[in-house]
Design a protein around this ligand. Structure first.
Ligand code: MN
Length: 435
């Protein structure tokens, strides 16, 4: 039966897919108390460990809100999300490992899913950082230092939300940081009498060079070729007067790289990034490197987009119990990494090996399926080398319904293909069916 399925994967599996029995099986899996969201993330991180040895790794973290609905969802115990907190849902904080050279996604480092309490929080300043949600940034960086310990280098990249004094002060020794600044902090100057602020200090620096860059297209924005004016300087940040823990050092020394677009685009605001980094920057080339690494942060936006467009239907899933839903989101967060790896590697541009997304045992199965698919369409061969991730992307895309002729397989196709592939691989649910 296995062989028959491989020969005609789509026809057979379509019929089996989405059945009520499968739904019940999946819900049962999620309701099983012994499977936790933390364990799913830990297992995914273990797979990432295997792929990082000797690589320069950028670790990107960010948070996404998953809005599930309004009043009905509130009644089920979901906390507030979104601006104004009118919607209810869950939050996902994801930490992704990416190859600094190719931008290829290596895997998940951590994923935390939580439900906000509905009630009023204590005033911000009254709470230590670890009690606040902002602790997630520090935890993510510490976790990256552990999971990616075998990497040649680790650089954490995160947006303005993570501009937290403690995030700089407590970063592990093996993790460099690039954080987009949003706080106009007090900095030390040579003259102890004189107070200076981070942004006015940076603004007063002479321009140290210009970098040509291509800003890619985004919703409502055309791609453009532009130029960034670059300023950089060592800065010594002072511990904030309020809110910082007593045991934190009085100062933290970092480098500020300030880049701003020299012209104003028609359809969006000009780029202005103030990047605080632990990397040393003494010339324009090193400044360019910081900007290029920071730009890899875009990968996590693509990841959240994948999560919402691959048809996992998180926001439509009608799961009442928030604790069960947390597990569903964690399982989806893990699967979406693989979907994204497949989409990004489909042309072979990332040069990744199969091992970045699959286990060794998958290779012979993928090759067998590829042969079957090629056999049906003599003109259409898998153009990618065996053992490459692109080879797997071709197979999974075809399983997901891509013809191999027109267009390219996107997140939905890859998700379907991956589900079909899992069913072929494990065959367990199929054993019960009379095909
Ligand atoms: Mn963010």
């Amino acid at each position: 039966m296995h062989a028959a399925l491989v020969a005609r994967p789509c026809a057979c599996i379509r019929r089996l897919g989405g059945t009520r029995a499968r739904e019940i099986q999946f819900t049962r899996f999620l309701r099983n108390a012994s499977v936790t969201a933390v364990e799913m993330a830990t297992h995914a991180a273990e797979r990432t460990v295997a792929g990082v040895a000797g690589r320069d790794v950028v670790v990107i973290q960010d948070t996404s809100e998953l809005a599930l609905g309004g009043r009905r969802i509130k009644a089920k115990g979901y906390g507030p999300v979104g601006k104004g907190g009118n919607l209810r849902g869950l939050l996902l904080h994801a930490v992704l490992a990416v190859d600094a050279g190719t931008g290829g996604v290596i895997g998940l480092v951590d994923a935390k899913v939580w439900n906000r309490r509905g009630g009023k929080a204590k005033p911000r300043r009254g709470r230590k950082t670890e009690e606040k949600e902002s602790q997630r940034w520090i935890d993510g960086t510490v976790r990256a230092g552990e999971v990616l310990a075998a990497a040649a280098s680790i650089t954490g990249v995160s947006d303005r939300e993570s501009d937290i004094y403690e995030h700089f002060a407590r970063h592990p020794a093996n993790v460099h940081q690039i954080v987009r600044a949003c706080q106009n902090r007090q900095i030390e100057t040579d003259d102890a009498e004189q107070m200076d602020l981070l942004f006015s200090h940076t603004d007063s620096l002479p321009e140290q060079g210009r970098l040509p860059v291509v800003i890619p297209a985004a919703p409502g924005r055309k791609a453009r070729v532009t130029e960034l004016a670059v300023r950089f300087s060592r800065v010594v940040l002072r511990k904030p007067l309020h809110g910082a823990a007593a045991d934190l050092p009085a100062t933290v020394a970092l480098t500020m790289v300030d880049v701003r677009e020299t012209s104003t685009p028609e359809d969006s605001k000009p780029v202005h990034w103030r990047l605080l980094t632990t990397h040393e920057v003494t010339n324009l080339g090193e400044a360019r490197r910081i900007v290029d690494l920071y730009r890899l942060r875009w990968t996590i936006e693509e990841y959240f987009h994948t999560l919402k467009t691959a048809g996992f239907d998180i926001e439509a899933a009608d799961i009442g119990d928030p604790q069960v839903m947390i597990k569903f989101v964690a399982a989806t967060a893990v699967a979406a990494v693989t979907v994204m790896q497949l989409v990004k590697s489909r042309d072979g541009a990332t040069g990744q090996n199969l091992a970045d997304a699959f286990e060794a045992a998958d290779q012979p199965i993928l090759e067998a399926i590829s042969m079957q698919l090629e056999g049906k369409t003599a003109r259409q061969k898998n153009p990618h080398p065996k053992g490459s991730l692109a080879f797997a992307a071709w197979v999974i895309g075809r399983l997901g319904g891509w013809t191999g002729y027109y267009g390219k397989p996107g997140p939905q196709v890859m998700r379907r293909g991956l589900e079909d592939y899992q069913r072929i691989k494990f065959g367990t649910t199929l054993g019960l069916q009379n095909v």
